[in-house]
Design a protein around this ligand. Structure first.
Ligand code: GLU
Length: 381
């Protein structure tokens, strides 16, 4: 799409973002007393999202608010709801939340896709590959994914608990380059500015050190579970994934346009790009489960940066599941690469030596064309 000249001229801090995750907390989106969604504010934010997309960024939204909206409708207005009450509230609130997003973005002809995730879905194995490719597909098709925790099925022990962390996991999973946490404060301060006189905002952080963590203090009480502590936990995940992250003031109209135009905030800046960080993680942080043996033609293709197709596979070693890390070996048994397999060892064994077009016929379902996609593959240097 053509850039509007005025927007191109005004392109600012967020202009370089190819893939941008925006996290919006309940306190911004939902009026605490009435439990109603703040439509004017939301409409302003949707205008910002449309502007960023016109400028060429993929935009994903991590939106809280299901519990805050749903509580009112179920009459759960007591101070500290129990877990199952929160989950019940989320079940009814999520519908209204998704509807509000759909309505506001429809004003810009933008299609919304709802995605509810549990920690297991973003964990770096198996289901991670599914969620990653579904989200990538939605972005290719021009939709804006609106993501929340699948609160109704999460249990006490298996919960993100807060959407700051969920947003960072999503950013990591889809190799986003920018994460913006819209907050009720315009960044990280040396101490809580509401209590400590002389507290000063930090403009830039390159590493979350114990000194930085000490600045966060305690998580505040209330229905949103965030606070600075979880924002710093999110920053650690984002930096490790090569994604820059901002803590920016959300309590203003058009908060993203303001950030883009240089409004004060705290930026957390990574040392590596997302793709490099992902490859480092694949190469260094996972234990290989099995191996795939490939022929000389496949080795040549892999070293040229291509994906691993079934045609070049000669065999498998040990059992592995889809999403597991496997070592790719040449006919001489030497490691040539390692990567995340899109198929289990049983299925690789069945499709080895065949063309990708034959996969559906052999397995009875149409999986990926690649056994290891090049984004999930690290070739030994
Ligand atoms: N998933 C929760 C909701 O939608 C919010 C979690 C959080 O406060 O970060 O209500």
């Amino acid at each position: 799409m053509n850039r509007a000249p005025a927007e191109a001229a005004a392109a600012g801090v967020l202009a370089g973002a190819k893939r941008l995750v925006i996290k919006i907390g309940s306190a911004l989106l939902v009026d605490e007393t009435s439990g109603a969604i703040r439509r004017d504010w939301l409409d302003g934010l949707a205008d910002d999202v449309a502007m960023l997309r016109r400028r060429g960024s993929d935009v994903l939204i991590v939106s809280s608010g299901a519990i805050a909206v749903g509580r009112r409708h179920l009459g759960l207005t007591g101070k500290a709801p129990k877990l199952e009450e929160k989950q019940a509230a989320a079940a009814t609130g999520q519908i209204r939340l998704a509807h509000a997003w759909q309505e506001t973005l429809a004003r810009h002809d933008i299609t919304v896709a709802q995605i509810l995730l549990t920690p297991e879905d973003t964990e770096q194995r198996r289901r991670h590959l599914n969620a990653r490719s579904t989200i990538a597909q939605l972005l290719r098709l021009g939709a804006v994914p609106v993501i929340n925790e699948n609160d109704t099925v999460a249990t006490d022990e298996i919960r993100f608990g807060d959407n700051d962390r969920l947003a960072a996991r999503v950013a990591q999973m889809i190799s986003a380059d920018t994460l913006v946490l819209l907050s009720d404060i315009d960044g990280l301060y040396t101490a809580d500015p509401r209590r400590a006189e002389g507290a000063r905002r930090i403009d830039e952080v390159r590493e979350v050190t114990p000194e930085i963590e000490a600045m966060a203090g305690e998580a505040p009480p209330g229905y949103s579970s965030g606070g600075m502590v979880t924002k710093l936990a999110a920053a650690k995940i984002a930096l490790g994934a090569g994604c820059r992250m901002a803590i920016a003031l959300g309590k203003r109209p058009h908060p993203l346009a303001a950030l883009d135009q240089g409004a004060a905030c705290t930026w957390f800046l990574p040392s590596a790009a997302p793709q490099t960080a992902r490859k480092r993680w694949i190469a260094g942080h996972l234990k290989p489960v099995g191996a795939i043996i490939v022929d000389a033609g496949a080795i040549a293709a892999l070293t040229k940066g291509k994906s691993l197709l079934p045609a070049g596979i000669a065999g498998v070693e040990r059992a592995f599941e889809r999403g597991d890390l496997v070592v790719v070996k040449g006919p001489d048994g030497k490691e040539v690469a390692r990567g995340l397999s899109a198929y289990s060892s049983t299925d690789v064994d069945r499709i080895k030596g065949h063309k990708s077009g034959e996969i559906a016929q052999i397995l009875g379902y149409r999986g990926r064309d690649e056994v290891i996609h090049r984004d999930d593959l690290v070739v030994k240097g």
